[in-house]
Write a protein that binds this ligand. Structure first.
Ligand SMILES: [Mn+2]
Length: 277
């Protein structure tokens, strides 16, 4: 059964927003990722299992089970697995402080990197003014915006033929997009404020499904993204340096293409982590 052949080594891995139990979860790609890496500590930064969805209908294919089994096996083999529940798996928040199968559940954590820098690790929903707002951000891809704009052209041709005036979808969407971008910015600065308040060097969170790493007023804001759309993780090399790994890109894999075998990992991806060893 043990077929794992880890090829990439790093000190710490941060993943969140896996949403096991939903059809959107890219469990196969996540499995491929965690089978390819070896780490000392694994942070599960919330929304790992989607309890909300499981309540309304059971969806639990083998691959989702495999993810859980693989993580538990990592814990058994000595990886520190730290589980910070999110809002979709908030049932687990009742177990803060509890250890099970080598996994410790905590409300939030302070991670000390190899370079001594300290990071607050938190899912992030507590900084989200409107829960669920993040959901539609996922659809806010560039292509969907452009597709809608081209639809708008056709829509207006039709309106003109019928004698109506021009209605600007683009103006409407721009307001929506602006609100969404504003939401992300508000979220990021709220999380960064909390890190500053706690006197740490940065924060590592998830929740809004948007991987990011940038400095906000002297605090490093890091978001590990998700395993629904973007398939990203944050890894810490042995020098304490953090980086975002875009696994779908690494594997040249598209969510529309679930069954295709992943392509081999380009060695450059983890060169930094390996070099620092
Ligand atoms: Mn969340």
């Amino acid at each position: 059964m043990e077929t794992d052949t880890p090829t990439l080594r790093c000190r710490t891995i941060f993943i969140s927003d896996v949403h096991l139990g939903t059809r959107g979860c890219q469990a196969e790609l996540l499995l491929d990722f965690i089978r390819s890496v070896e780490c000392e500590t694994l942070y599960l930064v919330g929304d790992i299992i989607d309890g909300w969805k499981l309540k309304s209908g059971w969806y639990w294919p083998q691959s989702h089970n495999d993810v859980v089994q693989k993580i538990l096996r990592m814990a058994r083999k000595g990886v520190n697995v730290v589980y910070v529940p999110g809002n979709h798996d908030d049932g687990a928040r009742d177990y803060c402080g509890v250890h099970f199968g080598g996994v410790v559940v905590v409300r939030d954590a302070i991670h000390e990197a190899a370079d001594g820098r300290r990071y607050l690790v938190v899912h992030g929903d507590e900084f989200d003014g409107v829960i669920g707002h993040a959901k539609w951000l996922a659809f806010l891809g560039d292509w969907s915006y452009r597709a809608l704009l081209s639809l708008n052209t056709q829509w207006n041709l039709l309106r003109r033929r019928m004698g109506f005036g021009y209605w600007s979808l683009s103006a409407y969407l721009k307001v929506k997009v602006k609100n969404a971008l504003q939401f992300i910015e508000d979220f990021e600065s709220a999380v960064a404020d909390e890190a500053r308040r706690r006197g740490v060097d940065g924060v590592i969170c998830g929740h809004i499904h948007k991987a990011e790493m940038r400095e906000i007023d002297g605090v490093l804001y890091v978001n590990d993204g998700d395993w629904v759309e973007s398939c990203t993780a944050v890894v810490e090399g042995f020098d304490g340096k953090l980086s975002i790994v875009d696994w779908a890109k690494t594997r040249a894999w598209s969510p529309l293409d679930r069954r295709r075998a992943p392509t081999p990992v380009p060695e450059a991806v983890f060169d930094e982590a390996a070099a620092a060893e």
